[in-house]
Design a protein around this ligand. Structure first.
Ligand SMILES: [Zn+2]
Length: 206
């Protein structure tokens, strides 16, 4: 009887120590990369906000419009990232903002550099890791961010060529409210390519 009691005790201790290692959602598991990305994205969001004001002040209407649209998309990405981090038991802390506002031309060049780096970091880091672990919730969130950044980078690079012309007028943009996918308003897309949201539900930013 004593032997059985001891055995039961040992098994209980073993389960207590090792149990979390085998659980699918260990608090904080896979969170480090997501929290780092959250903080990186938070900084980028702050940049878009400040750079939009600067672009408007310098009369670069098209740049101001695009920066405000990406700011909205970033807010959606951050909400989705924060939910995924919390789901894993992590804490999406807002970082201390590191921000330097220069001329719109320089700000635009900085954004292209940063967005390219963040996209390549996600592809080779957190997204690759999440795919390897079969963590499909994280894969979905990270893939939405990557695909969104691919569109944004296209628009930013186009703006690099057309910045002076963008003083004359601006384009409107439409953003998927669920995943943050961003397109030009003139794009005939009928629904989001990443999620089931229809075009009429997209948020419009001018
Ligand atoms: Zn979507």
């Amino acid at each position: 009887m004593i032997f059985i009691k001891k055995l039961f005790l040992y098994i209980s201790i073993l389960c207590f120590i090792c149990g979390p290692l085998f659980a699918k959602n260990i608090p904080g598991k896979g969170c480090k990369e997501l929290v780092e990305l959250y903080q990186q994205e938070w900084n980028i969001k702050a940049q878009y906000s400040a750079y939009a004001k600067k672009a408007d002040a310098e009369g670069f209407l098209q740049a101001g419009s695009l920066f405000r649209a990406v700011l909205k998309a970033e807010e959606i990405h951050l909400t989705n990232l924060a939910e995924e981090i919390k789901h894993k038991g992590g804490n999406p802390q807002d970082p201390v903002i590191k921000l330097q506002v220069k001329s719109t031309q320089e700000n635009l060049d900085e954004l292209v550099k940063q967005e390219s780096k963040t996209q390549s970091d996600i592809l080779s880091g957190s997204l690759k890791k999440a795919r390897g672990a079969g963590d499909m919730d994280s894969v979905r969130v990270l893939n939405d961010i990557c695909q969104g950044k691919a569109m944004v980078l296209g628009y930013l690079k186009l703006l690099q060529k057309e910045l002076p012309a963008g003083k004359k007028g601006k384009k409107g943009y439409a953003i998927c409210p669920l995943c943050g996918y961003l397109i030009e308003d003139s794009n005939p897309l009928r629904r989001c390519p990443l999620c089931p949201i229809k075009r009429e539900s997209f948020i419009r930013v001018n």
